[in-house]
Design a protein around this ligand. Structure first.
Ligand code: DGY
Length: 325
């Protein structure tokens, strides 16, 4: 039997690549370089199945270049904002993703960031490492207590809810803004307060954390005007997508100390980081590590395998992504 040609754009965990080689005629990206637009178009022209990641722009040009064989884009990752899902769908190409298996990991990273800025973890570590620490002091490096504070979650899907569970254990009260209000039983379990109007929620929060997908509706959802609603002692955390925040406006607010701090795991033009952030000491910058655990990346790979195998066996894959209509 002829095996389907599966082109994988980045290195995946070894166990996943091994299983792929057993099952498919797989083309791996041995040196793990970021494929440019021409390489992605060539891959789309040749493959039966394309396995991209968040680092690949699978836009209308790549979809237009897709050959008649390309029937599945099995994304390694949950977010599909880098893929022209509507264009793929219109061309009869199924798109899948890897939900659920990175929820806990991303929530853990959010909690780490949510503590890192108010408690000045990175600043403290730098001080010690630079040999500049001159000992404990009653007024030295004072941060802000997290317990008892109000956490406002923008987006209350799987990851938002997993963050809410953890933040409650840290003594925070949970508030959220979401397209849809949660079922009352979920709200009760999380003791979460729903804010229909984001503009009403923002000025009342001590910490705001972003957990919505990037869509046309959420692009710069935290615009300059909205960011200006945050309190001067508020902290902002983003482990979702950089494009949800107007980064220039945020950098200006941080520089002028109009908000207390921010922690960002994602950026609008990754891997480039807005240079305005680099000189600020009240922002923590992370290289998109939300799902970066051995467990999550292995399980993401297993999901990709299941989606491909189910599809090539003639069934509907479990993690289909439909266009936002
Ligand atoms: C995702 O899955 O969308 C993450 O951002 C990358 O793992």
């Amino acid at each position: 039997m002829i095996k389907p040609v599966v082109i994988v754009t980045r290195r995946l965990p070894e166990s996943v690549e091994t299983r792929m080689k057993e099952l498919f005629d797989v083309r791996l990206n041995v040196d793990d370089h970021r494929m440019d637009a021409a390489e992605l178009a060539a891959a789309a022209a040749e493959a039966d199945v394309l396995v991209p990641t968040v680092t690949d722009a699978i836009g209308p040009d790549v979809i237009a270049a897709a050959g008649p064989r390309l029937k599945l884009i099995a994304n390694f990752g949950v977010g599909t904002d880098h893929i022209d899902v509507a264009g793929a769908h219109a061309k009869g190409i199924t798109v899948t993703n890897t939900p659920d298996v990175l929820t806990e990991d991303t929530a853990e990273m959010t909690m780490a960031l949510l503590l890192a800025v108010p408690r000045r973890l990175i600043e403290g570590e730098r001080l010690v490492r630079a040999g500049k620490w001159d000992g404990w002091g009653p007024t030295a490096m004072l941060g802000t207590r997290v317990s008892g504070k109000r956490l406002g979650l923008i987006g209350m899907g799987r990851i938002g809810q997993a963050v809410a569970e953890r933040a409650r254990c840290f003594g925070m009260s949970i508030h959220y803004h979401n397209r849809r209000r949660l079922h009352p039983s979920v709200e009760d379990a999380l003791e979460a307060t729903y804010w229909d109007d984001l503009d009403q929620m923002l000025p009342r929060m001590d910490v705001v954390s972003v957990h919505c997908p990037r869509t046309p509706a959420t692009h710069h959802l935290l615009s300059a005007e909205r960011l200006a609603l945050l309190r001067p002692n508020a902290f902002l955390v983003n482990t979702a997508r950089g494009e949800v925040i107007d980064e220039d406006a945020l950098a200006d607010l941080l520089a002028e100390r109009k908000i207390a701090g921010a922690a960002l795991d994602v950026f609008q033009n990754e891997p480039a980081v807005n240079p305005k952030f680099l000189s600020l000491d009240n922002v923590v910058l992370m290289p998109h590590l939300g799902s970066a655990t051995v467990e999550a990346r292995t399980e993401m790979g297993q999901k990709v395998l299941i989606n491909i195998k189910t599809f090539v066996d003639g069934h509907r894959p479990p993690d289909r992504v439909l266009p936002n209509l």
